[in-house]
Ligand binder design. Structure first.
Ligand code: FMN
Ligand code: FE2
Ligand code: FE2
Length: 396
């Protein structure tokens, strides 16, 4: 645990988790993560903003001790998920007069997830404030980033936005503030793709409110603090916009190489047409890389052999996940090889319920790719190029 000063009387008490490699039993963490809590000491009251993952609760306590805090008056809970609220029971035990400040919905979820005294809550509404003496906290209810109870906390005097999971990065670093902007933008894009992308439309609404605030610092609940908030705000404006790039993402699996040959053929055909292609062998790909590529791509082509009358199970998983992440892809198709028959294309089409792309005619071949399937792939490449041109992604 590292105790660091963001501004006078405003501290980060982040627990760094360099070793963690998986989040939610789902998301690969190539660079670890951090659980960031913050302490704000006003002239009259002291507040803790969020807590940390329960695996790191002793680190939070040691930081609070090193701050010589005799009391914490308020613990602000922006989000009820365990990685931020998990140490709340211990904080309430250590500081018997401490009161939880949160919104009604978050209180409900907290009481469902933790054994807490329901009388130790102050319930706030959107844009209400809480005075710490010389410092004022303003609460912005911001549902669905990424749970329904989420809110943001704005420290007016220091113009710091405590954004909880929004604008976070799963990136463990000893630096308090962003140092390498390129690395952090990439980590933030990965985080956005895996956690925030399904809530793109909610984020759009929240961004409208945030544009009206003067923000000098964004202090999220994972990863480094942004002291140049334009970096992350501009990146989000781009990611949540409707604009897509001249890119085709091809998640694929191939058992004996036929589907793989089709992927190679299509990749070449698309490159010849001036389109960026990102093929991913899903038996070895980190799903975070696939998710990141889906943030901007105009088109996805799912490539799979037929296995037991349907898509390869790995591709079923990937298609289900990609659809849940709700990227803004506009066009999709399916290619692959089969031995004797099945319902591969129909099953995959039926799985794209969120993204609802415009489907371009699939290309399926029996066994080894042949002249006819190559012609089919040329036709598909033409279809994609035409759609990208019509969408203004390729100059015509
Ligand atoms: C375990 C297994 C199950 C298969 N089940 C089917 C099937 O139900 N229907 C079908 O048409 N082909 C089936 N096949 C045949 C493959 O789809 C076919 O060999 C295809 O060309 C493999 O493509 P690949 O080289 O890209 O792996 C199966 C193959 C394997 C290994
Ligand atoms: Fe969360
Ligand atoms: Fe989180």
């Amino acid at each position: 645990m590292v105790l660091r000063t963001i501004r006078p009387d405003c501290y980060s008490v982040a627990a760094l988790d360099f070793e963690r490699r998986l989040f939610d039993s789902l998301i690969p963490l190539p660079d670890g993560t951090s659980y960031n809590a913050y302490v704000i000491r006003g002239t009259e009251k002291t507040a803790l903003i969020d807590t940390v993952d329960p695996s790191k609760e002793l680190e939070l306590v040691s930081d609070l001790v090193r701050l010589s805090l005799h009391s914490i008056d308020y613990v602000i809970i922006n989000h009820a998920e365990q990685d931020h609220a998990g140490t709340l029971p211990m904080v309430l035990e250590l500081f018997p007069s401490c009161i939880v400040v949160t919104n009604e919905k978050c209180k409900d979820l907290l009481l469902r997830h933790f054994d807490l005294d329901q009388d130790r809550f102050i319930i706030i509404k959107d844009r209400e404030t809480l005075s710490l003496g010389n410092k004022t906290l303003e609460f912005i209810i911001a549902p669905n980033v990424h749970w329904p109870e989420t809110m943001l906390t704005y420290l007016r005097e220091d113009r710091i936005l405590f954004s909880c999971d929004l604008f976070g990065t799963h990136y463990a670093t000893s630096d308090l503030f962003v140092t390498d902007e390129k690395i952090i933008t990439s980590a933030a894009k990965r985080y956005y793709a895996e956690i925030m992308m399904p809530f793109r439309f909610s984020i759009r609404e929240h961004m409208k409110k945030l544009r009206a605030l003067e923000i000098d610092i964004i202090a999220p609940s994972h990863g480094p603090v942004f002291n140049h908030p334009a970096l992350i705000l501009e990146a989000y404006e781009d990611w949540i916009s409707d604009s897509v790039k001249n890119e085709v993402v091809i998640p694929y699996v191939s058992m004996h190489g036929s589907t793989r040959m089709m992927v190679d053929y299509l990749t070449r055909a698309l490159i010849e047409r001036g389109i960026t292609v990102k093929p991913f062998d899903m038996t070895v790909t980190d799903t975070g890389n696939l998710a990141m590529s889906l943030v901007d791509a105009a088109t996805v082509v799912i490539a799979t052999p037929t296995v037991l009358y349907g898509p390869h199970p790995q591709i079923v998983y990937v298609t289900y996940l990609a659809d849940l992440l709700h990227p803004k892809v506009k066009f999709a198709s399916i290619i692959g090889s089969y031995g004797w028959g099945g319902r591969t294309a129909d099953i995959l089409k039926a799985m794209m319920t969120h993204i609802k792309p415009e489907l371009l005619e699939p290309v399926l071949v029996q066994g080894l790719p042949c002249e006819a399937s190559n012609r089919g792939l040329e036709r598909l490449a033409d279809d994609i190029a035409r759609k990208h041109k019509e969408a203004g992604l390729i100059p015509s």
